[in-house]
Write a protein that binds this ligand. Structure first.
Ligand SMILES: [Zn+2]
Ligand SMILES: [Zn+2]
Length: 350
């Protein structure tokens, strides 16, 4: 069967809020690529930005989808180490591999980094083309749905482990119970930290409690800084992970005030419009440290996260609140937009 002459179902975004389910050509693959039959693709807040016309890198028409796993349907002639029929999870980030940052092992900062699902077509499709370097085998005891979350988890893993260097005796404050905040919670608990987590949405805090948070604080009816100081005998937490961002800077102030003297703040939230302000004097006088955390490094994050899922050390299934069909992708995005039905992660399958 020559797959390349065949058609497959995809959700094609033609413009803001204009997504159409149609038959498209099955992608043709190069010698170092694999054709992946998508089995599960998780929807992301950044997909919603693309859908609403607010994602700077999406040019229409575009097939979204950057969090996915599936089965190898076909291999390019030069691919080695993989076989057709194999179950894999895919890294959507395409790094050049030759710039200084790639060579230094910091491919997440690659100057020409592209992401499948934004810069090129992604996995809201029955079939998707993936370079062999971006394939990670998944064990039989893991589900496609759980492993479709590895990419999101990678962002949190990077914030917690690589940038936050979270340790077993750390007091950690996580601001935000979205998918990145909750994923950060999973890793921080697996690392043995004491985790205080905040949000303004009740059901998200409930989920955080179920996922092992030591303390949850609803920012709607409690003062975050006061609460954290009370829980830490007035000292503040060792580290903070900011996972909210957006058009506000309240959470930035919470970071600098709730962290202890000499503490570390990791920014993983995206502050849209770059209008958020910081109290610079607090950084100087309290000798704070702030680190940005961008995306993840594929080879550093994917294998370990897949292991953590396979060994049951992190419970990612609990974050999947909705399972829909590929043809219902738009419905999933709208659920996320309106935060309906206690939505956390939506996963689509063919
Ligand atoms: Zn994402
Ligand atoms: Zn590079």
């Amino acid at each position: 069967m020559n797959m390349e002459e065949k058609k497959c179902l995809a959700a094609v975004l033609y413009g803001p809020e204009d997504m159409r389910i149609e038959q498209v050509d099955v992608p043709s693959i190069g010698p170092n690529d694999a054709l992946i039959q998508m089995k599960a693709c998780a929807l992301c807040g950044s997909d919603l930005s693309g859908y609403l016309g607010k994602h700077g890198r999406v040019v229409y028409p575009r097939i979204l989808g950057h969090e996915f796993s599936g089965v190898i349907a076909k291999l390019g002639q030069k691919v080695t180490g993989f076989s057709e029929g194999q179950r894999v999870c895919c890294d959507p980030d395409i790094r050049c591999g030759t710039c200084d940052l790639c060579r230094q092992g910091r491919g997440n900062l690659c100057v020409t980094l592209k992401t499948q699902g934004f810069d090129i077509d992604g996995a809201y499709s029955e079939y998707v083309k993936v370079h062999q370097d971006n394939l990670y085998p998944i064990p039989d005891n893991t589900s496609f749905e759980d492993t479709s979350l590895v990419q999101t988890l990678g962002v949190a893993y990077s914030a917690v482990k690589r940038r936050g260097e979270v340790l077993f005796n750390d007091y950690l404050l996580i601001i935000g119970c979205g998918p990145i905040g909750l994923s950060s919670l999973l890793f921080a608990k697996a690392a043995g930290a004491y985790v205080i987590i905040t949000d303004t949405v009740g059901y998200r805090l409930e989920m955080a409690k179920e996922l092992g948070a030591d303390e949850v604080i609803n920012a709607e009816n409690a003062d975050i800084v006061e609460s954290v100081l009370r829980l830490t005998q007035g000292k503040g937490v060792d580290k903070v992970i900011e996972a909210v961002g957006g058009q506000q800077d309240v959470t930035l102030r919470q970071c600098t005030q709730a962290v202890k003297r000499g503490g570390l703040v990791v920014l993983v939230g995206t502050f849209a419009g770059n209008k958020a302000t910081l109290r610079a004097t607090e950084f100087k006088d309290r000798e704070l440290e702030m680190r940005g955390s961008r995306a993840y490094i594929g080879w550093y994050a994917f294998p370990e996260i897949i292991q953590l899922i396979a060994s049951g050390k992190i419970n990612v299934s609990r974050m999947i609140t909705h399972r829909l069909k590929l043809a219902e992708a738009e419905k999933g995005l709208k659920l996320m937009q309106d935060k309906q039905e206690k939505v956390m992660k939506v996963v689509i399958s063919p």
